[in-house]
Write a protein that binds this ligand. Structure first.
Ligand SMILES: Cc1cc2nc3c(=O)[nH]c(=O)nc-3n(C[C@H](O)[C@H](O)[C@H](O)COP(=O)(O)OP(=O)(O)OC[C@H]3O[C@@H](n4cnc5c(N)ncnc54)[C@H](O)[C@@H]3O)c2cc1C
Ligand SMILES: Cc1cc2nc3c(=O)[nH]c(=O)nc-3n(C[C@H](O)[C@H](O)[C@H](O)COP(=O)(O)O)c2cc1C
Length: 455
């Protein structure tokens, strides 16, 4: 150790030590301030745990709910995270603060996991919610006529029941960042913290279009393509589960990515997609599907990110028999599940699939036949709307097979539906409600045994 009597050196050392002390103290001071603010917030809320409730179909509202929950956790605010269908009248009446994050589906409807909440609780005009303080983050897309329809209806219902808004409803159009920032700011204010975690959405990565095959040349329907993509520049393949989605940012509209269901599992080494070329009324091609299927050359770079789609994953249903129902490009998500089932050696699978005609539109037919021969696909029913034997849709086949369906469901089967929302999904939903009952189907949806990836 070197000792010195030099007053300048001594002064400098003292100043350095003081500066170091302040730097060390700063985080502690900040944390102390946050804890004090959280204590004040808890005292204001009567110390009862808050609820963060989400209604999400494809995961946007769920991700924001998890980020909201993380902000509350950092602020030291006790809370529970739940889905809308976990809430009952007692929870609404017994909780003082609920943050609702609600997306809109169908035509102004609630997402599937909030169907029971919407049908049963929101139908009640007798419920008194005078104790409840709430906030609503409504997610939607202004291209739909009923923009944020469900979030708005929820807000109006809560207000009519006497609940008090903590701040005005925040509406998010197509995941727009400024609205999310506004929610985050209100939340930080409410929780008394400035230490909000990073809320950036996962970044897009560069992928290479490794393969593209036209699956239905000669079909009277719109062309549909099988695409295979791999991470560019030798990057590692990220993990995903069957049921998950990708978002593709097309060069013409990068700020409005399009969703596609993943048709493969990581063991395939590539992300497979099934993309239908969309045509606008004037005959021009859809922006993303036109680019992916017509303009992008094989080997082209595609900006893409994977998205967890928890509502459509197998999860606990992996141990159950599966009834997989879909049409058109909907075979993509169902193929992902069938691949996962084949890899796991799970044979109790029944696929019902509908397209136009068996000559041109029998997508992945050889693969399906091989699974059948190997005992991995217990049952396969195909419906052709322009087949040689007349016109039949997948929901017609389902109705005809009601006596087969009942024992599958009685044995615990889970039902997965993938493809068109209009026509197919609504038709299938009606048949299921007729065969079982709409109450039973909404129970099945709430318990995760009826899952849909419909668009
Ligand atoms: C969860 C989910 C999963 C999906 N999975 C698949 C799949 O596996 N395979 C598949 O082929 N498709 C899938 N889709 C559909 C896909 O995401 C695209 O919607 C489809 O490819 C059409 O996009 P596009 O860019 O080609 O057409 P667009 O150019 O977007 O045209 C489609 C329609 O959108 C409207 N539109 C376009 N731009 C705007 C705008 N800026 N503002 C308002 N309206 C606009 C127009 O009315 C047009 O008719 C899925 C969608 C969802 C939500
Ligand atoms: C099939 C379908 C129907 C939709 N219907 C509506 C609608 O009626 N009104 C609206 O504002 N947004 C609608 N949207 C947009 C979604 O609400 C929006 O994409 C939201 O971010 C989805 O959030 P989630 O991932 O939490 O489900 C719809 C989206 C899809 C795919």
């Amino acid at each position: 150790m070197i000792l010195t009597n030099d007053p300048i050196r001594l002064g400098l050392t003292a100043a350095l030590l003081a500066g170091y002390g302040i730097v060390c103290l700063l985080p502690w001071l900040r944390a102390r301030r946050a804890r004090a603010a959280a204590r004040a917030a808890r005292a204001a809320a009567g110390d009862s745990p808050w609820l963060v409730a989400y209604a999400s179909q494809t995961g946007n509202a769920e991700l924001l709910a998890r980020q909201t929950s993380e902000t509350l956790r950092l602020a030291g605010i006790a809370h529970h995270l739940c889905e809308f269908d976990d809430l009952d009248a007692a929870a609404l009446q017994g909780t003082e603060r609920i943050l609702f994050l609600a997306s809109t589906y169908g035509e102004g409807d609630a997402p599937d996991a909030a169907a029971r909440f919407a049908q049963r609780l929101m139908a009640r005009s007798d419920l008194q919610l005078g104790r409840l303080h709430y906030a609503v983050l409504a997610l939607g897309d202004s291209a739909y006529s009923s923009f944020c329809g469900f979030g708005r209806a929820l807000d109006a219902w809560l207000a009519a029941r006497g609940a008090q808004a903590l701040f005005p409803r925040v509406e998010v159009d197509r995941s727009a960042a400024p609205a999310i920032a506004a929610w985050r700011q209100q939340l930080s204010h409410l929780a008394g913290t400035s230490d909000a975690p990073d809320w950036d959405a996962p970044a897009f990565g560069e992928w290479r279009l490794a393969e593209r095959r036209h699956l239905n040349p000669g079909s009277s329907g719109a062309p549909i393509y099988h695409l295979e993509l791999e991470p560019a520049g030798g990057a590692a393949l990220p993990a995903w589960q069957s049921g998950d989605l990708v978002q593709v940012a097309a060069p013409a509209e990068p700020e409005r990515p399009r969703e596609y269901s993943i048709a493969s599992i990581p063991a395939d080494g590539r992300v497979h997609l099934l993309v239908r070329l969309h045509r606008h009324g004037d005959g021009s091609h859809g922006l993303a599907s036109g680019w992916l299927t017509q303009q992008a050359e094989q080997g082209a770079l595609v900006r893409l990110r994977l998205r967890e789609h928890r509502r459509f994953r197998l999860e606990a249903n992996g141990a159950r028999p599966l009834v997989l129902i879909g049409n058109g490009s909907g075979i993509a998500g169902l193929r992902g599940h069938l691949k996962a089932r084949a890899a796991a050696g799970q044979a109790r699978n029944w696929l019902l699939f509908g397209e136009r005609d068996p000559v041109h539109d029998a997508f992945y037919h050889e693969e399906l036949q091989a699974w059948q021969q190997d005992g991995l696909l217990a049952r396969l029913d195909l419906a052709w709307s322009r087949g040689p034997d007349g016109k039949e849709y997948v929901q017609d086949v389902l109705r005809r097979q009601a006596d087969t369906l009942r024992p599958w469901v009685a044995e615990g089967a889970a039902i997965y539906v993938c493809g068109s929302l209009e026509g197919m999904a609504a038709g299938v939903d009606q048949v299921l409600a007729d065969v079982f009952s709409s109450t039973f189907m909404s129970e099945l949806a709430s318990s995760g045994r009826y899952r849909r990836d419909v668009y």
